[in-house]
Write a new protein. Structure first.
Length: 353
């Protein structure tokens, strides 16, 4: 048994800062080289707990948050389309979400849509109230915690932020959520935390990451406890032609272990496909790509949670968002039937889209 990293997805209205936030988190993590930096995956980025500790500078201790998960695995594609197509049986592939809202604009149509999706999937989430640096008179303190930078603002600016936060609290209330600024939350099971941040200056990101770690460990322990040597379960992100490799599958593995030569069961719109993994690929570090000109390196196996590229014959028509399961000779028929049931669900989703 081991505890895997939670899979995190970022949702929110267009231009409210999803991409900038992911870039900021990745960039900050790369800068923390001594702590091991980021771990690259296909379609996802893992921020190891050691790096999060450094970014959060003492906040994990301050809020008495243990460190039992190995890190956070962020899905690189933000937005609710990715969130809803990337499914696993019984819900979304994402264990946790960040709902990002431009604090100066408030709720917009896609914010409501994203919120409804999170409601439907019952995904725990935090609200990132973004672009605090654009509040009139704001003095930015790069990468500092929110509470530190807030303390250094003049009262008028502080008041302006509070007013905007209460507008968000109001919008969330209308949607049936009891929300508060994170430092005033008294019960994390019934209240949604709002973290004021700037994806541009990095302010508030220490608290945002701290809260995600706290939420995961408090509420998702069962979901994150896996047998690391059991046959893998995953979700297909993308079906892609790669030069020299043919059709490949980008997948996120959320349970068990995936090995070279494993027999895998997949879905096309027609039927179930059974094939064998020829090779498993992970991204190479940037410096190595420059030297060898290939982006990938072969690995023998990957353990959840992980993003990986799979080379296997006969996968051209596999559906993005559909499940991947490893089968052994003795349970192939059972798994085939299980996956076939999911084909009906996927068909319904595809018809709706
Ligand atoms: P997305 O559509 O949600 O992915 O939004 P983007 O990340 O592309 O951001 C849209 C625009 O807002 C870009 O020009 C960003 O530079 C800008 N932006 C995002 N976050 C912030 C922030 O915290 N502060 C400021 N001033 N601009 C931001």
């Amino acid at each position: 048994m081991k505890i895997r990293s939670p899979i995190v997805s970022v949702l929110g209205h267009v231009d409210h800062g999803k991409t900038t936030l992911l870039d900021n988190i990745r960039g900050t993590a790369i800068a923390h080289k001594e702590a091991g930096g980021i771990t690259q995956h296909i379609g996802a980025t893992e921020i190891p707990i050691k790096v999060i500790e450094e970014i959060c500078k003492g906040l994990l201790e301050k809020y008495s948050i243990q460190r039992i998960i190995p890190g956070l695995l962020f899905i690189d594609t933000p937005g609710h389309e990715a969130f809803t197509t990337l499914r696993k049986r019984g819900g979304s592939l994402a264990d946790l979400a960040i709902l990002i809202v431009d604090i100066n604009e408030g709720f917009k149509p896609q914010t409501y849509e994203a919120l409804n999706i999170l409601k439907m999937y019952k995904t725990p989430f935090v609200v990132a109230a973004n672009k605090i640096d654009k509040i009139r008179g704001w003095k930015a303190h790069k990468n500092s915690s929110f509470l530190e930078t807030f303390e250094k603002q003049v009262p008028k600016v502080q008041q302006s932020l509070e007013t905007k936060i209460y507008e968000l609290v109001g919008s969330l209330h209308e949607e049936g959520f009891n929300a508060e600024r994170f430092d005033r939350v008294t019960d994390f099971t019934s209240q949604v935390s709002i973290v004021p941040i700037s994806a541009l200056t990095g302010e508030g990101i220490p608290e945002l990451l701290t809260l995600l770690i706290g939420l995961a460990q408090q509420y998702l322990k069962d979901q994150l406890t896996i047998e690391s040597d059991s046959p893998a379960k995953g979700t297909i992100l993308e079906v892609k032609e790669e030069k020299g490799l043919g059709t490949t599958l980008d997948a996120i593995i959320y349970d068990g272990v995936l090995k070279q030569n494993d027999k895998i069961v997949l879905l096309t719109l027609e039927d179930v496909v059974v094939t064998r993994i020829r090779s498993l690929l992970k991204p190479k570090p940037l410096e190595e790509i420059r030297e060898s000109k290939t982006e990938f390196k072969r690995v023998k196996e990957v353990v959840a949670a992980s993003g990986v590229k799979i080379v296997a014959p006969g996968v051209k028509d596999v559906i993005p968002g559909s499940p991947l399961r490893v089968a052994k000779d003795e349970n192939l028929e059972d798994i085939r039937n299980e996956i076939r049931k999911e084909l009906e669900e996927v068909k319904i989703e595809t018809d709706k889209a």
